[in-house]
Every structure is written in structure tokens, then in C-alpha cells.
Design a protein around this ligand. Sequence first.
Ligand code: SAM
Length: 244
Amino acid sequence: MIIAYVLEENVAVRLLKTKLRDAPDTPVEKAASDIRGRRESYWDGYYAKASSAPVVPSQFAAFIAGEFPDADLIVDIGCGNGRDSFFFADLGYSVIGIDASASAIQRCRQQNKAAKFINTSIDAAMHESVLNQSRLEHANVLAYSRFFLHAIDHVEEGQFWDFAKHLCAHPGDILALEFRNEDDSLRLKETGLHYRRYPNHDEVVARAQQRGFVLRYEAQGRGFAKYKNDDAVVSRLIFENDPH
Ligand SMILES: C[S@@+](CC[C@H](N)C(=O)[O-])C[C@H]1O[C@@H](n2cnc3c(N)ncnc32)[C@H](O)[C@@H]1O
């Protein structure tokens, strides 16, 4: 009898939670989703204009290609206009670029190159069947993410770590990150005002280590990602997956 009561109460709590989830968000959740919505429209508008984003590969992409010539599959997380995805694909890597911006992915697909592109936000990325199939078909994975970590909020960063761990399932799989760090927050930018967060270098390292990634390389400073007047203070981190 007591058990039945407890079960019923649990069901009631669950129903209440479902109802709450379907109802408008709490002020904090609502603010977060408003920010995400505005951010998505920003990137959609940015990538819809042909002239907006640089099309040459980033310095980071060249660095990573030099370090990992034998990478089998590169997943470019937050690929934007695909400039680094195309660079990797031209070098012969298998490449999948993912991005939440529909206009960015549409433009990438129009280029009809060897790389594949998926329009998904980070929270849903691990359920993408093309990606999961490709992961199984390749011996090793290099998860690559440039200027993405500072473009997402804390909740999404949690989803990013889950996804990175999902991708880098084999021992020795690589996670390569470049992002604007906290020392960049007050510096001049070339691109217009939009959502940016400035993660702390050591805190990102700690969060990766908590997930079983082993730090193989770290650097931070200016000169790594200069774009016109914006010589960003960035962190470069390379981790290797340790499944134990
Ligand atoms: C600063 S751009 C970086 C683009 C590219 N990696 C580069 O270096 O040129 C950040 C990208 O992250 C994407 N993005 C932002 N939030 C996202 C999310 N939650 N899920 C997937 N992509 C997201 C944006 O659409 C944008 O293309």
C-alpha cells in the first residue's frame, strides 16, 4: 500500500516535471534560450552573406594537419562556413562538419566537395546516424573544434564534452581545441557584437581531464589566430582519449 502510494507520487512528480518542461521556461532558462535564439540568428545572418567570413583555412587547421597526418576521420565541431573542413578534405582526410547554422551548412553543401556536413546543434549531435556510422567505419577519430567553445554557453559546454567523449571512444583518439580565453575578453574584435564567453584555460583543461582526456599539448597567447586587427588571445589544447 505504501509502495503504491510512493509510486503514484513519483508518477505525479514525473508528470509535473513533464508539464513544467513543456510550459514556458523559468526566467533563467528563458533567458538562456532567448540568447541561444539570438545567437543562432546572428550566425545564420553572418554565414548567409558570402563576404562575411574568411574562406582561407585557419592557422590552427594547418597546425593540426601537420601534427596528425594519419588521422582517419576529422569531425569539425562548429564548422561555420567549412573553411577548415574543406582544407582537411582537400588533404585527403575523411571529414564531417557539424554546425547549428542552417545557412552555414547550406553553403557548405553547395560547394559539393568531399566533406560531409550536418546541420545540428551540439545537444543533438550524438544522435546523428551519419556521424555514428562514420565513426564506426574509421579506425580513429580526431574531434576538431575551433572558436566554438567560446561561442557556446556553460550548459552547451557540458553537451560538448559528452559529444567529444562519444566521438573519441577509441584509445588514442584526439580532441583538438582552439578558443578565445579569458585574457581576450577586453580586446579589439573584427566581427560584430554577438555572444561570446571567455573560458579560463586551466578550467577547460581540468574539465577535459575529468572526462578522461589526457593533455598532450597546450599553448596560449597571441599570434595564433590573427585576423586583421583582431589578434586574439587563444588557448590551444590537444588531448588524447584515455578510456581507462
Ligand atoms: C566563431 S564560429 C567558428 C566557425 C569555424 N570553426 C571557424 O573557425 O571559422 C562559431 C560557430 O559555432 C556555431 N554554433 C554556435 N552554437 C552552436 C551550437 N549550440 N551547436 C552547434 N553549432 C553552434 C555557429 O553557428 C558558428 O558557425
